[in-house]
Write a protein that binds this ligand. Structure first.
Ligand code: DX5
Ligand code: ZN
Length: 227
């Protein structure tokens, strides 16, 4: 599988101290920063947008900013995020697809993927717990990452859905190269289940920010994936 990346979700950080908290995570061993963008429509919560990513980029010129777009219209924000300095644009399959046999929907997805690539960002596709892994398989050669949500998106601190993570296995069997991200309720107690099915990009919000020893949590997560 590709190299392990630990991506603390800054949704669990103190938003008034985002740059310091982000730097602290990097000094604790974080590889990426996971930025949860919510529009109050695709999910019932509002968080941050491109202006915040721009400020983060200014303060952290070298950080890998993995932006998870929980928005209804991903096309609308591509250029804003590219200009703001996002590294990866990770949007939801469900915004364009509710039927995996519909050619028009597949074409729309491909055009979004290509638009993200043309903007210079890496491209990721997120799938909600109820979306079958098979729906993303035909596109694996065209994208950098699949994000397998292990909670219903919208909030940090929810319980890991252990019956969902098996979807990673289907994706890993179809591609050795694609990054597989797990997002939601991932912690030292749930990481082994993720590692066993081929996930390599590990998002954790509450487990890392809620710990007084984030460096140890990051090391534990990494060790499980690399074992
Ligand atoms: C959920 C977000 C997650 C969230 C994870 O909507 O996509 O990235 O921040 O938080 P934890 O690790 O606390 O479940
Ligand atoms: Zn997320």
């Amino acid at each position: 599988r590709p190299e392990c990346k630990i991506a603390p979700s800054i949704l669990s950080a103190d938003f008034a101290r985002l740059a310091e908290e982000s730097k602290r995570m990097i000094s604790c061993g974080a590889d990426w920063l996971h930025v949860d963008v919510m529009d109050g429509h695709f999910v019932p919560n509002l968080t941050i947008g491109a202006p915040v990513v721009k400020s983060l980029r200014k303060n952290l010129p070298d950080a890998f900013l993995d932006c998870h777009l929980m928005v209804s219209n991903p096309k609308q924000w591509i250029l804003d995020f590219a200009k703001a300095g996002a590294s990866l644009y990770n949007f939801h399959l469900e915004c364009v697809m509710d039927d995996n046999t519909n050619e028009e929907q597949a074409t729309e997805l491909r055009s979004l993927i290509n638009e993200v690539k043309a903007s210079g960002m890496k491209v990721g596709i997120s799938i909600k717990p109820k979306t079958p892994a098979e729906w993303i398989v035909p596109f694996l050669g065209e994208i950098d990452m699949v994000n397998v949500l292990t909670v219903e998106p919208g909030f940090g601190g929810q319980k890991f859905m252990s019956d969902i993570v098996g979807k990673c296995k289907i994706i890993r069997e179809a591609s050795k190269e694609v990054h597989i991200q797990v997002d939601g309720g991932v912690a030292p107690s749930t990481i082994d289940a993720c590692a066993a099915v081929g996930a390599n990009v590990i998002v954790a919000g509450s487990a890392i920010f809620g710990s007084d020893k984030p460096q140890e949590v990051i090391a534990t997560l990494k060790k499980s994936v690399e074992a």
